[in-house]
Structure formats: C-alpha cells, structure tokens
Design a binder for this molecule. Sequence first.
Ligand code: SAM
Length: 249
Amino acid sequence: MDTPFIFTMHEGLPRQGPGSNACTRKAFSLLAGLPPRPGILDVGCGSGMQTIELARTCRDARITAVDVHQPYLDDLARRAASAGVGERVATLRASMESLPFPDASFDVLWAEGSIFIMGFRKGLKSWRRLLVPGGSICITEAVWFTEEPSPEAAAFWSECYPAMTTVPENCTIAGRAGYDIVATFPLPASAWWDDYYVPLARCLDSLRAVAAGDPGAEAQIEAAEREIAVFREHAGEYGYAFFILRKNR
Ligand SMILES: C[S@@+](CC[C@H](N)C(=O)[O-])C[C@H]1O[C@@H](n2cnc3c(N)ncnc32)[C@H](O)[C@@H]1O
C-alpha cells in the first residue's frame, strides 16, 4: 500500500505536531515518585523531538518509542545516536491501537500530539493497562480555550476534529477513565510555530511539486495551508494543553 501523503509531508521536519522541548521538560518535572531507571513508552513518537528531550532530561530512563511510520523511526534512531542517548532509546513500528506489550510494562506513558488519532477517551482507556500501579501518563491534546469560538475556527475544527473539547471536559473524561489529574497547562503559540508550522510552511512549495497531479496529496497541502492560516488568526481560541495524569486504581 502507498504511504499516505500526510506522512511524507512531515518527513524531515523537526517534529510532526505542535510542541516544544521546554514544555516536554516542564511536564516531566511535574511527575513525582518515579523509580530509578523508569521505563517510558512514547506513543506516536514521530521523529522523536520529545523522545530525545526526555532521554536528555531523565538520564537513566529507558524509552521505547512507537510509531507506524518507519521513516520517522529511522530518523529518530539517527537523531538519538547523534544526541548521545541512542543506547537508552528503542524504536518499534506498531500501532497505538494494539500496542504489543504486557500489562504494567511502563512507569510513564508519553504521547505528544498523537492521542487524537484514537480519541482522548479511547486512548486513555486502552493504554491504562500498560502502566504500573500509580504510573503516569503525559499527553498533549488540542483543546478549545474558549466556550465561544469564532465561526471560522469552529467550522475548521468541527470538520477536522469534531471531538475537540475544553481542558475541564477532558479532565472529567480522564477522571472517568481511572486517572487522577496531577496538572494541566496550555502550550504557548510558539510551540505551534517554531518547530512545526514555520518549518512545514517552508516545505510547502517543494511539496506542491511532489503532489502535482495527485488530488489527494494536493488536498493535504491545501488543508495544511488552511490550518496554518486559521491558527494565525485564531490562536487565542484554541491550542494544545498538556495533561499530566496518574493511574488511580
Ligand atoms: C501529530 S504527529 C506527533 C508526532 C510527535 N509526537 C511530535 O509531537 O512531533 C502524530 C504521530 O502519530 C503517528 N501515528 C499515526 N497513526 C498512528 C498509529 N495508529 N499508531 C502509532 N502512531 C501513529 C504518526 O506517524 C505521527 O508520527
């Protein structure tokens, strides 16, 4: 089967979704009671900017980074080796829908910008078994910062991610899925621009040449341009939030 263009489009970028090393470090600092040599599973790791920052931040962590797209994993392995953390980072091609690990395999599960693929509720419920008792899960998710978004932002996101909701509503969902809320914090707009939209926008012209004649690929490029334009106008209305949660039963 051909690789979906959305994957190709994001190859070679610093990261494949909004986020920043400062936010990764801040979320990690909010975890308490980790054992020595904690085991961390990074789900939907992409090319692993956050994986490598976690490995740098927690010098004895062992990290397993999972994604469905092998070129991202190969890129991650190269980047981890040149950052000097390659020995503590393993990559595995697998789907987040059926993660091939026994129950209670990890102290921490990390997922930046990827749980939306399964949905916040379904992801939290299905990944919970992988955590040791009292284990933690750190997730970023797109959320509304306002109850009354502008018609343009509402129309765009109701098409792309109709399940997107607010931080309090996601906390309620997390509570019902068996987690205590340790902390949440919003990511700044710079986390969308610096390592994601700016490098992506720079590639769009050359990607347009690659996509020419393929209606599906051309539509993906137009969608990316529209997404960037909507964020430029409406960044205060929505964004990403970090959720730091602890398995509670
Ligand atoms: C928005 S990107 C986030 C990547 C990375 N965590 C980051 O913040 O840069 C979502 C990632 O999920 C991966 N992905 C998509 N479907 C997946 C699946 N079913 N199982 C595992 N990973 C998946 C994509 O390949 C992509 O790397």
